[in-house]
Design a protein around this ligand. Structure first.
Ligand code: CUA
Length: 364
């Protein structure tokens, strides 16, 4: 368990790796002080001790010292290697995604954070998460470069135009923590702030239940795929299939026309929607039109979530460990009427957050 940071100006330590970042930082501070203080003292001491007492004095010559030279090689080596190993350890912990986790999608936009949960709940500039649970964020942006920064969790990752980036954390304390944009992104960059609400698992379940609104990412993706964009006319199974098979591909290698392979990951799916000619699957013609400019980043995320679900990779694969059973695509697909009713009944207590979503969308 972590406690409040004992340095007053530091934010809370509220994630599993926050203390590691802090200790690395303290270590760097100590190393800096251990080198700089003796250096300053020596400057003044030597200035006095060896001041000129006699004009044109000849100093005594020194012919090297094995002990001294070994010491000033080995000590800095140890110091720099401990900094490197400590930094590598902390970095690995932060940027290697855990296998299991609750997935959340984040889209940056001038000047707000749009967040969607795997159960379909949407938020703006607020992120509700359960305590003691791995949370995996997939981030992108509709416009400029932004950076998703939660100081209390000691983690930050850029949201980069045209690609997906990932962040994970496991919050250790319930509470409300600052969320910042940490990359200058235009006029209202400084206003692109929000809060992360870390809730007990029970409170989080209640929050999810009171906020089911609209489609889950997978449902939204299926709707786009089958109806709005007409992807299914070529990609659905059957004898007339003209587009590449999408079932079971996610995470696997795909053979390409003209040789070579590619792993079908989120980035590849995204690229294939926006620039279908770039990497055509072997055995298919490059006949697919681009959807660039026709789909928003949120719709792209939904399409990716749906195509992942065709491979049995549901966004909620990690939710068994969190107990968010209601958020599996199958469950929510079967549940819309009931969910809609209970959501309507619960509208009263969510009006503070929900109406923001359509309002924000209409700003676009
Ligand atoms: Cu977004 Cu700064």
């Amino acid at each position: 368990m972590q406690t409040n940071s004992w340095v007053p100006i530091f934010p809370d330590q509220a994630s599993t790796f926050a203390w590691q970042v802090d200790y690395l930082y303290y270590y760097l501070l100590v190393v800096s002080l251990v080198f700089s203080i003796p250096l300053l003292v020596a400057i003044f001491y030597f200035a006095v001790r060896y001041r000129e007492k006699e004009k044109y004095a000849t100093p005594e010559e020194i012919h090297g010292s094995i002990v001294l030279e070994t010491a000033w090689s080995i000590i800095p080596f140890i110091v720099s290697m401990t900094i490197f190993l400590g930094g590598a350890y902390v970095y690995y912990n932060q940027y290697r995604m855990p296998d299991e986790g609750t997935e959340i999608y984040v889209v940056g936009k001038q000047w707000m954070w749009k967040i969607q949960h795997e159960g379909g709940q949407r938020e703006i500039n607020e992120l509700h998460v359960p305590v003691d649970t791995n949370i995996k964020l997939t981030l992108t942006t509709e416009d400029a470069l932004h950076s998703f920064y939660i100081p209390a969790f000691r983690t930050k990752v850029d949201a980069v135009p045209g690609r997906y980036t990932y962040m994970w954390f496991n919050a250790t304390k319930t509470g409300k923590y600052h969320l910042f944009c940490a990359e200058y992104c235009g006029l209202n960059h400084s206003g692109m702030v929000g809060y992360v609400n870390v809730m007990s698992k029970e409170d989080y379940e209640a929050w999810l239940g009171g906020n089911v609104s609209g489609q889950t990412p997978v449902e939204q993706g299926r709707d786009l795929f089958e109806n709005k964009l007409g992807c299914a006319s070529c990609h659905a199974g059957g004898p007339q299939q003209r587009g590449a098979k999408l079932e079971g591909i996610f995470g696997h290698e795909v053979k390409l026309t003209g040789g070579g392979t590619v792993v079908a990951d989120e980035a590849y799916i995204r690229e294939s929607i926006l620039n279908p000619g770039a990497k055509v699957v072997e055995g298919y013609q490059p006949i697919m039109p681009t959807f660039k400019g026709q789909v928003t980043e949120e719709q792209l995320l939904a399409l990716v979530a749906y195509i992942k679900s065709l491979s049995g990779v549901t966004a909620s694969s990690g939710s068994s460990s969190t107990g968010t059973s209601g958020s599996t695509p199958a469950a929510s697909a079967a549940a819309p009427p009931a969910a809609g009713n209970s959501a309507a009944a619960a509208t009263a207590n969510r009006q503070s957050t929900n109406p923001k979503a359509p309002a924000a969308n209409s700003n676009r």
